[in-house]
Design a protein around this ligand. Structure first.
Ligand SMILES: Cc1ncc(C[n+]2csc(CCOP(=O)(O)OP(=O)(O)O)c2C)c(N)n1
Ligand SMILES: [Mg+2]
Length: 663
């Protein structure tokens, strides 16, 4: 049993008390109209300060949830920093005023910016642990949440994969028996997080009284020790009390029994700590009183300083959506290394060359490793060539794939992951929408996650409802992600290599129907050939009408153009974000007529956005209404007869061309 000095114990108390008082102060400020939101750590302080004691901020990383104010103070976050965040000031280290308070982030303390969804942090922490394992730095990743969040699939996915890999993660579940108003018996099977987490190989669990600092120290000491020594993940379930309502927007008197609230006060970790110090170390109460007086005074001074600090500049909302360093990548004259390559092989070669180029790059996904090399063979032979630590299978879990890629890329690795079918990307949507797309922005550039997600998409392969989907319309709506969608082997190779080089997240859409098509096969560009980001191409010059399109519709448009008498200019956008709208405008200014063609179904497809922009920017050039050709608003049926009715056909494009020409 560790012996503590009086100085150590008083310093621990000071941190717990500071967190408690900061909760009180923020709630007062809120009532004074100086802030909008607060979520408190009161009752959780002992377990959190104990956990913080084992973290070495030089090599460990933390993914603390919103109730971890005391933990962050334990790592070194100051009262000024907490106030700057509460007041949404420019110098708020968490987000420069972009996120709600208690969404912690601190570059110097290795606290990785946390978003709001409960549970996404687990898979990111695991990805960060994969990076740590490869760096062999002896670091550990800390990640926490409440007990309610253990109902999220991401939590169990993370336990599974962490156990498989013996990843150095300390999972901390702070069980305060409530998830907002929902009690644990309506949340967790058998009311026991400890029981529902049994059976994961190499995961060791501790179920402790988190109100007791000393007991918490014992558990975390064992947990961190195991992880640091390569023995695998640990789970500490600390049973704590929630002394405040869930947040400043909640009133727990509506759903909690007053007697229970009173009983919780008896387990107040600060009171228990003072009692233990008195009993075991003979430290009398006057010592704690002195700390209280000092901290109270400091808080007032620090608040008054914080109130005087600057708000963010209004124009700063534009900063840090992307890295801003794309100008390094320039198109140049292409040298070719072979006369013909199909698109899937071009993708395979791009991946192989980039694995060679960047030893921090890794590839994973379902079935991507070994002899199979992916269900479409895009990763064939890569495990043989680069080994299992660089090209490996993930569990069958899309959220795991994207979530870990976010974490791994945050710590400097370059995961280029595969989602087997676009139709199944949806279980990773939370990770994409609220994490991958926002990490750089919400941390105002402190953290980023430049992962690449390769996704086979599209129809015309008799794939029915769930192997035919076009998904571009969903992802073009999310600021923060580059979206690439090549239509041929040449572009696929150069664009994918570019995706692997840039410091921003990329969704790379690959049309399954194009993988082995003769018309999408091209000469193969050499390993130095990259593609200028956001540059579309004119693939057919013309003067009567412009077709704006991308992906598999490029070829269909070429076929339609060949079957019309008119002179048709076809633009292959290649990038859906950023969009080469200048190219669209310059073509329409010449042809005065336009058809937008896409494979995704009509309603709310990306064509709607393009057409709206054309209506705004090209009104004076247009001699006919703008037409859209898109698949019908039905799920994609299996029978060829039905599929042909639903997915865009060449004659639909021909008829649209004729309509705008004869208007
Ligand atoms: C994915 C998601 N669903 C719902 C919410 C809204 N929400 C925020 S906190 C919370 C309860 C979490 O409870 P628990 O995990 O027990 O943590 P505690 O707040 O009790 O510490 C809910 C439902 C959210 N932020 N994210
Ligand atoms: Mg809870």
């Amino acid at each position: 049993m560790k012996k503590y000095t009086k100085k150590e114990l008083l310093s621990i108390y000071e941190k717990m008390y500071l967190s408690r008082k900061l909760d009180e102060k923020q709630l007062i400020l809120l009532k004074q109209g100086k802030g909008f939101f607060h979520i408190g750590a009161s009752g959780h302080e002992a377990a959190q300060i104990a956990a913080s004691k084992f973290i070495d901020t030089k090599k460990d990383y933390s993914y603390p949830y919103y109730r971890n104010q005391a933990f962050c103070i334990g790592l070194g976050m100051t009262a000024e920093e907490i106030f700057l965040s509460f007041l949404a000031k420019e110098d708020d280290p968490n987000s420069s005023g972009r996120q709600m308070p208690q969404h912690f982030s601190h570059k110097n303390l290795n606290i990785v910016s946390q978003s709001s969804p409960t549970g996404t942090q687990y898979l990111q922490a695991l990805g960060a642990a994969f990076a740590i394992q490869r760096k062999d730095s002896g670091g550990v990743i800390y990640v926490s949440s409440g007990e309610g969040t253990t109902s999220q699939g991401d939590f169990h996915e993370a336990l599974n994969w962490a156990s498989r890999e013996k990843a150095p993660v300390v999972f901390h579940i702070e069980n305060n028996n409530y998830a907002i108003s929902v009690p644990i018996d309506e949340q967790v099977s058998g009311s026991s997080v400890y029981n529902i987490t049994s059976g994961y190989d190499s995961l060791v669990r501790y179920n402790i009284d988190g109100c007791n600092f000393f007991e918490s120290m014992l558990a975390f000491s064992k947990a961190f020790d195991r992880s640091r020594n390569g023995k695998g993940p640990s789970l500490v379930i600390s049973n704590v009390v929630r002394l405040l309502p869930h947040s400043s927007s909640d009133d727990h008197n509506k759903y909690r029994d007053p007697k229970e609230i009173e009983d919780d006060l008896k387990r107040d970790p600060l009171k228990l700590f003072i009692n233990e110090c008195d009993k075991k170390y003979k430290i009398d109460s006057s010592n704690f009183e002195k700390i209280k007086v000092r901290v109270d005074k400091q808080i007032e001074e620090k608040l008054s300083w914080s109130l005087d600090q600057k708000d963010p500049e209004p124009v700063s909302f534009k900063n840090n959506l992307f890295s801003g360093d794309w100008s390094n990548i320039k198109s140049k004259d292409i040298s070719y290394i072979s006369d013909k390559i199909v698109m899937v092989d071009a993708i395979n070669h791009a991946l192989s060359e980039e694995l060679e180029f960047n030893d921090k790059m890794v590839i994973y996904g379902q079935d991507v490793a070994g002899g199979k090399g992916g269900v479409f063979t895009a990763t064939r032979n890569l495990t043989d060539k680069f080994g299992r630590s660089r090209v490996f299978n993930s569990p069958l879990a899309e959220s795991s794939i994207v979530g870990t890629a976010v974490g791994m890329s945050t710590l400097g690795y370059k995961p280029v992951v595969e989602i087997q079918f676009g139709d199944y990307i949806w279980t990773s949507m939370m990770q994409i929408r609220n994490e991958l797309a926002t990490l750089r922005y919400r941390s105002n550039g402190d953290w980023s996650c430049p992962a690449v997600i390769r996704v086979p998409v599209g129809g015309y392969i008799h794939g029915s409802l769930c192997h035919s989907q076009s998904i571009d319309g969903y992802f073009t709506h999310l600021p923060g992600i580059v979206i690439m969608y090549p239509s041929n082997a040449l572009d696929a190779k150069m664009m994918l290599k570019t995706a692997c080089r840039i410091n921003d997240p990329v969704i790379f859409l690959e049309h399954k129907g194009l993988y082995r098509q003769g018309y999408a096969a091209t000469k193969e560009p050499d390993s130095n050939s990259l593609s200028e980001i956001g540059k579309g191409a004119i693939v057919n010059k013309g003067s009567d009408v412009t077709i704006v399109t991308w992906g598999a519709m490029v070829q269909k448009s070429i076929e339609a153009a060949n079957m019309c008498k008119a002179s048709v200019e076809i633009i292959d956008l290649k990038y859906l974000y950023p969009l080469d709208f200048d190219l669209v405008v310059s073509s329409i200014s010449k042809t005065n007529r336009v058809v937008v063609v896409h494979e995704d179904n009509l309603n709310n497809g990306f064509g709607a956005e393009i057409v709206a922009r054309i209506a705004d920017a090209c009104f004076e050039y247009l001699d006919a209404p703008v037409k859209r050709v898109a698949s019908k608003d039905y799920p994609i049926a299996y029978s060829s007869v039905l599929e042909n009715e639903i997915l865009v056909q060449t004659d639909w494009i021909i008829s649209a061309i004729k309509k705008v020409l004869t208007y």
